[in-house]
Design a protein around this ligand. Structure first.
Ligand code: MLT
Length: 335
């Protein structure tokens, strides 16, 4: 048999190509709810850089920002079905699929970035990861720390619970957050994340809450003027991988993905500490008027913790679970 020169060339080219791109090389598709410049994108970039470094360039990822691959809650379903590899989204948008992570969204539980790191990176964090695999079919492999969800609106300065009355506030479709606004006398409007900018722009709603970093990444300063520094939720935003996809990886690849997630988490803690005040100043320079709640936020806090916590004891794993979290944070238990 003689080799046809064209056939020979083609097979050599193919061989070179195959040597350059191993059959197992992967580019993970990563959905990102927010726009560029925020903590979600930063976590994603750090994850990809670490993964490339650990795999000697064999594996990488591609970020699809601004909800291009669908609303945050929809991406959990897609990942659970294995049609999406990964997603970076706010934890409040995981809670409907995995109720025990609601402990991270209960008002005034997580009171600082240190608290957020202590809980997510400790024993409780590992339990939440296991529960989320079981309940939602996705595995949390990294955490972004995004800061407190401050309240923004386009109508008036808000310093007290009274000032909130009459405002139409968008919340994520999340029962804990809905009940929190109800405890403040407001019936909020649940809306998916990817509809929020337009709803604010069209004045279908007057306001919403999200961290400074997120308000910046979403350009909310273009449609919102007043900011109130409430601290009811410290936003934690996980990177999740489809459990089906994770299980299809070799043990070595799984370990690389887990290690890259851990490095990205550490990076996120540094990023929020370095960047948040600068971003807050930028938003103020762009015209956002920032106020603190009156009376050190006491009324907001008192109403929310008294009315909301007991309603969710069962879904987050019992009052014992809340007390476990409070103990890990060095705080007193509830009765
Ligand atoms: C939401 O408000 O739905 C989310 O917290 C937004 C986000 O992922 O940044």
């Amino acid at each position: 048999m003689t080799f046809h020169p064209r056939y020979f060339l083609t097979t050599s080219a193919l061989a070179v190509l195959m040597a350059m791109t191993p059959a197992s090389a992967k580019t993970f598709r990563i959905a990102v709810g927010d726009g560029p410049g925020g903590t979600q994108e930063e976590l994603g970039k750090a994850f990809i850089a670490a993964l490339e470094e650990k795999s000697g360039g064999e594996h990488t990822g591609r970020l699809f920002l601004n909800g291009q691959l669908g609303d945050e809650q929809a991406t959990v379903n897609d990942a659970a079905m294995g049609t999406l590899d990964m997603s970076i989204l706010a934890i409040n948008n995981v809670t409907p699929f995995s109720p025990t992570v609601g402990v991270l969204t209960l008002p005034y539980v997580i009171l600082s970035v240190d608290d957020a790191e202590a809980i997510t990176q400790g024993e409780i964090g590992q339990e939440l990861i296991d529960n989320t695999i079981r309940d939602a079919g996705v595995r949390i492999i990294g955490w972004a720390y995004s800061g407190f969800r401050v309240l923004t609106n386009s109508k008036q300065p808000v310093e007290t619970v009274d000032d909130l009355q009459g405002l139409v506030i968008r919340v994520p479709p999340n029962e804990i957050m809905i009940e929190t606004y109800r405890s403040w006398g407001v019936d909020p409007t649940p809306l998916p994340w990817n509809e929020t900018f337009t709803a604010l722009q069209m004045k279908v709603v007057d306001g919403q809450d999200n961290p400074y970093m997120t308000n910046y990444a979403m350009k909310f300063d273009e449609v919102q003027t007043y900011v109130t520094n409430i601290r009811y939720i410290f936003s934690i935003e996980p990177l999740v991988v489809s459990e089906q996809v994770f299980q299809s990886l070799s043990p070595e690849e799984q370990q690389m993905v887990l290690d890259a997630g851990q490095e990205a988490t550490a990076h996120s803690g540094r990023f929020i500490r370095e960047r948040e005040s600068e971003i807050k100043e930028t938003l103020a320079e762009r015209g956002m008027e920032i106020t603190d709640p009156a009376d050190g936020e006491a009324e907001f806090m008192e109403r929310a913790t008294t009315a909301v916590w007991p309603k969710f004891y069962d879904s987050v794993g019992g009052v014992e679970q809340i007390n476990k979290v409070l103990a890990a944070l060095g705080r007193d238990p509830v009765e």
